[in-house]
Design a protein around this ligand. Structure first.
Ligand SMILES: Nc1ncnc2c1ncn2[C@@H]1O[C@H](COP(=O)(O)OP(=O)(O)O)[C@@H](O)[C@H]1O
Ligand SMILES: [Mg+2]
Length: 118
């Protein structure tokens, strides 16, 4: 069964990105399949993986936007980047737009629920 581990904190510079990256590869070393989803607008993990975030084709922000607009989601192969055995869904600036849209939507908490229960 899949487990979701969230590393989050409002404060910056406390080690979220570094811990996530190290945890991902440590779990991989223990034989687990790992998917890292970068939900941080600063996209530091994404930069570690792809270099220039402008090269990201489909980010977690795009997937969330699609979900809210009830549009079809892309194939997983189009949004998952594999690096040395660990899979990543990158972040991008689109997350800022998602944030704004979520705040404006009625029943935004429902959207989160639908997104995560897929
Ligand atoms: N365990 C640690 N020991 C030493 N330095 C660390 C440790 N964890 C993080 N850092 C350093 O602290 C800084 C902030 O870490 P980062 O993971 O980017 O924080 P956040 O994602 O919470 O903003 C980075 O320069 C990182 O290399
Ligand atoms: Mg970070």
């Amino acid at each position: 069964m899949a487990r979701i581990i969230v590393l989050g904190a409002i404060k910056g510079g406390v080690g979220k990105s570094v811990s996530t990256y190290n945890l991902a590869y440590s779990l991989k070393k223990l034989g687990k399949n790992v998917l890292v989803v970068d939900f941080d607008r600063s996209a530091n993990i994404t930069r570690c993986v792809v270099g220039d975030i402008k090269t990201v084709a489909v980010s977690i922000g795009d997937l969330m936007m699609n979900q809210m607009d009830e549009e079809e989601q892309p194939n997983p192969a189009e949004c998952i980047i594999s690096r040395n055995g660990v899979d990543f869904i990158p972040s991008s600036k689109v997350l800022s737009a998602v944030d704004t849209k979520l705040r404006l939507e009625m029943g935004a908490e429902k959207i989160w629920h639908v997104f995560w229960s897929r």
